[in-house]
Design a protein around this ligand. Structure first.
Ligand code: GRF
Length: 211
């Protein structure tokens, strides 16, 4: 898989750690970013994982950037792209060529967008959490694969709540991505099931080409 990040990369680092065990069934073939100089890219380099950066500001529009990103990802021919703290919307060039999943720090469909933790706190919810879902061209709108709830505590601020969510999402991400790789998956409308019937990591590219 190729993992995409924009910042700290703690979720990516959890995947890289898990992938050290051959039984996990996943190779992280590259880590990509839309920003130069991130801690996540530095961590990946230290772990010996190839990295690439496709800075948004180097392109005249979103479509050009999306094509450049798709080309860089394709060099590694991944079976799956994992957006883990990647803060830009991927467009038709990337999503037309690759199957991608994303983690989001809220229980979708509540609180989509870039400020999910802040928005959940402002709304006064007592329970929030994290969601892993397939990416489509909407904002955090693709079919949901798994979710884990995290209670909001009195006195939480955005940072304390986000740290507790991130601890939970690292476990969920590692568990879910491993299962997708080992078991394959089926998407029926909004419903995702593990198991190799229609879609699997090994036939993911073929499936895209058939669309
Ligand atoms: C995570 O909470 C993820 O859900 C959100 O951004 C955060 C990334 O954290 N999209 P990290 O870069 O993996 O530490």
């Amino acid at each position: 898989m190729v993992v995409l990040i924009s910042g700290t990369g703690s979720n990516m680092a959890a995947l890289v750690d898990a992938a050290e065990d051959p039984a996990y069934g996943v190779d992280v073939v590259a880590v990509g970013s839309d920003r130069r100089g991130t801690r996540g890219v530095e961590l990946a380099e230290k772990a010996g994982v190839p990295t690439f950066v496709v800075p948004f500001r180097d392109y005249s529009d979103r479509a050009e950037w999306d094509t450049a990103m798709a080309d860089r990802i394709s060099e590694y021919a991944p079976d799956l792209v994992v957006s883990a703290g990647f803060m830009r919307l991927l467009g038709p060039a990337v999503l037309g060529r690759h199957t991608a999943v994303n983690i989001h720090p809220a229980l979708l469909p509540s609180f989509p967008g870039a400020h999910a933790v802040r928005d959940a706190l402002a709304h006064g919810v007592r329970v929030t959490g994290t969601t892993i879902h397939f990416l489509d061209e909407g904002v955090d709108s693709g079919p949901i694969i798994d979710q884990v709830a995290v209670p909001v505590e009195d006195g939480d601020d955005e940072s304390s709540l986000h740290e507790r969510i991130k601890a939970v999402e690292r476990r969920m991400l590692v568990d879910t991505v491993g299962r997708l790789a080992r078991e394959g998956w089926t998407v029926d409308g909004r419903h995702v099931r593990f198991g190799r019937t229609e879609h699997s990591v090994t036939d993911a590219t073929d499936t895209k080409e058939q669309r």
